[in-house]
Every structure is written in C-alpha cells, then in structure tokens.
Write a protein that binds this ligand. Structure first.
Ligand code: PLP
Length: 410
C-alpha cells in the first residue's frame, strides 16, 4: 500500500495555556467566578433558604387591584426563571436576558425581531437545526435569508454587498469549528445598523463574551455547557440594550417560548460548577486533539487550539480558551466510523454536547442530517467526520478508549 509521509504534527501551544491562566485570574474574572457560584444565594424572603427555592406555581395572588407585585402569571414572569436570567446576564456582561425552553426557541424568539423585507445573513455551516429553521422560515417569507461565508475577507465582502438587518454568527462553528472574527463582523454589520447575534453555545461565557466583542445579542442552548449535566433542554437570549430587552420579553411572553421553572432551577444548579467543568473538559480536549493529530488512522483534526487550525490566531485573540469541542476525520469514511464507534466504551454515541460525560457524534447521520447532503458537503461535514464533546473524566481513560477503537479501524 502507498504510504504517505506524515507532516510533522503541530501540537497545542503551551505558551497560550499559561496566557489562559493569566486571563482567568484577572480581577473581573475572579469577580465573575465568585458571583456565579453565589448566584441567587441568600435571596429567599420566606425562610432564608441558602439555595433559592423552586417556584413551580403558575399563578401568584395579587394584594389588590391597585397593589401589584412583580409576579402574577408564570408565563410572564417567574422568580426561579428570573434568578437564572440574572445569572446569565451577569456572565455574558449584558443588561438582561430571556430564558427560553430550548436553544431553538431562543433562535425562534429573536427571529421575531425581523420583518418580511429584512435580510438576515447566517453562516453556511451553522448548527443543522438552525439551518433548517432559517431556511424554512425564509421560504415562508418571514424574512429574507442569505447563507454566507464569514471566515474570509472575500466571503465577508460578498456577504455585505447588500446591507443586512441581522447577522448571525456561530463561532466556533458546529461541527468543524471554523472561527469567525466577531469584532470584524460587528464593525461591518453596524455600518448599516444591523443587529449582530452570536450563538455562544460552544464556548459558554466563561471562554467567550460576544457582547464585549461588539455583538448585540447572545443566545445559548443552555442544554449544553451552561446546564452541563445533560438533564434538561433549555435556552437563553442575552442583550445589552433596554429597548431590545423589552421587545424580546414581550415576544417571549406572547409566543410562550419561555423556559420552565424546573429547568431554570436545574440550570442555575449546573452553573455553579461551570468554571470547574469547562476548564477540566478543555484541558482534556487539548490533550485528545494532540493525541488524535498524530494517529495514523486519522485524516484530519479540527481544534482551534492547534496552531495549524486556520482560525487559531483569531481564537487566541477573542476567546479565553479553546474549548472542549473537537472534530476529526477518519481515513476510512463511513465504514471506519461504524467500526470505530462500535468499539468505544467510555465515549457514548449520542447527540448533544457540553455535559460532564464524554460524547461522540456522527454529524452526517445525526446532528446535521436535516441540512441535506448538498449543504453538508458545502459545510465540510463528510461521512467520515466525528465530533467529540469532551467531558471531565480522567484523561487516561479517554485516551485509552480512543486508542483502542482506532486500533480496530487501522
Ligand atoms: C444544540 C444547539 C442548538 C439548539 O439548542 P437546543 O437546546 O437543542 O434547542 C443551537 N446551537 C448550537 C450551536 C447547538 O449546539
């Protein structure tokens, strides 16, 4: 068999690892970390419970027609949901947040800011279900839509040929982790007064704060890193402008896209350990990226922390870490994917990401199936591509699991 010369592998920049350490110890970061652990603590007016209680009530008694408290009906406002909204607002450096029932309902909510004549720009390689929703609503004439390349200067120039009303950014993108320059896109978008919206699901506000980089709106699938335990589905939209917040709150109440109190309670609980979880997961991911990058059964590794990654320099500048998500392509295509995934014992083959447990996903047949084959090919989602959500397990067990399964393929 023909043997190709293997290029010298470039591994994770260790100097940057210490830069991350430095960033994480700034005064602002310290404050944020403590506030996160303490979110909502000491606020119970009834019994001074340390951990705030869960208010499941759908309705609240009013003292009198002329004496109204903050809460009347839980679709409109709920105390548990409000605590989560406050914590997310603080984490993202915003002014307020709407908590929603899923990441998709967060996107649904913010798309209601658009009129039929408005143009929205979205990345051609965004999350499969977001891609589907955008395309389907554009076909129904809810807005005008262009899928664009946000990763090159030529792509951006073409994208902004016609001034948009809204620009969606998803960075790092799902699943091949392309890096979009948030500040550059925001500068372009703001020239025509467009709103910049960033899906910050992949990194969480611990590692990237799009509002500080110029975005107007951040949204999340809180199902992922923010809740972090794969036991709820939820979402959130965070903004830094009061008028926008009022408009979104009105739509959230009217559409009924609101998050459930129980899910808010769980997410608030998960948030307290976000900093610990994401740093352990990220550390593991960096080590696995280096391991996979030198393995002979692996064609290519996508991880922004590898200096060979095209978005490495931007990631280093705009992120506070490289994250816990990585993708890689197996040499043997679909057959190799079958054999590899069947031989894993620690990584579970499952959708979703951002939990304490490590997961592996086959985008072409799972998360990105709704995109269709053509859009998948354009986005670089091949049949041999696998995406890892790296958890907080011991690194030796994760490496051994991959090594064993790769050995069966090669
Ligand atoms: C999961 C995900 C979504 C959708 O969120 P749900 O909570 O599943 O509705 C949106 N964007 C990204 C990047 C995701 O990973």
């Amino acid at each position: 068999m023909h043997k190709r010369a293997k290029p010298v592998p470039q591994s994770i920049d260790l100097a940057h690892a210490s830069a991350i350490q430095e960033m994480m110890s700034t005064k602002h970061q310290k404050y944020r970390r403590t506030r996160l652990v303490q979110a909502g603590i000491g606020t119970d007016p009834a019994y001074s419970a340390v951990i705030p209680p869960l208010y499941l009530s759908s309705t609240f008694q009013i003292d009198g027609i002329d004496e109204r408290g903050p809460y009347e009906y839980s679709r409109t406002r709920n105390p548990t949901r409000d605590l989560l909204a406050d914590a997310l607002t603080e984490l993202e450096g915003g002014l307020g947040a709407c908590v929603t029932s899923s990441g998709m309902s967060a996107l649904t909510l913010l798309l209601h800011l658009l009129n039929p004549e408005d143009l929205i720009l979205a990345p051609y390689d965004c999350y499969g279900r977001s891609f589907w929703l955008l395309r389907a609503l554009a076909e129904k004439k809810h807005f005008r839509l262009k899928f664009v390349d946000q990763y090159s200067d030529e792509g951006l120039e073409e994208a902004f040929a016609e001034p948009p009303r809204m620009v969606l950014i998803e960075t790092p993108s799902n699943p091949v982790l392309r890096i979009a320059d948030i500040r550059k896109i925001a500068d372009n978008a703001h020239e025509s007064g467009a709103l910049v919206v960033a899906d910050n699901t992949f990194l969480s506000p611990m590692l990237q704060q799009p509002l500080a980089l110029g975005a107007d709106i951040v949204y999340h699938s809180t199902t992922k890193f923010l809740n972090g335990h794969s036991d709820i589905v939820g979402g959130a939209v965070i903004v830094k402008d009061q008028k926008l917040l009022d408009e979104l709150n009105l739509w959230n109440n009217s559409l009924g896209t609101i998050g459930a109190p129980f899910d808010s309670y769980m997410t608030l609980r998960g948030l307290r350990t976000l900093e610990l979880r994401i740093h352990r997961s990220q550390e593991n991911a960096g080590k696995l990226a280096n391991f996979l990058n030198t393995h002979k059964a692996v064609e290519k590794v996508y991880y922004p922390g590898l200096p060979s990654h095209p978005g490495y320099e931007i990631a280093k500048r705009q992120q506070e870490g490289f994250g816990a998500m990585l993708s890689f392509e197996l040499k043997g295509g679909l057959e190799a994917v079958r054999c590899f995934t069947e031989n894993l014992n620690v990584f579970a083959l499952a959708q979703s990401l951002g939990g304490t447990e490590s997961l592996i996903n086959h985008p072409a047949s799972m998360t990105h199936v709704s995109m269709g084959a053509q859009a998948r090919a354009e986005a670089g989602v091949t049949d041999g591509l696998l995406r890892l959500s790296v958890g907080i397990e011991h690194i030796d067990d994760l490496t051994a699991d991959l090594e064993n399964a790769l050995g069966r393929v090669a």
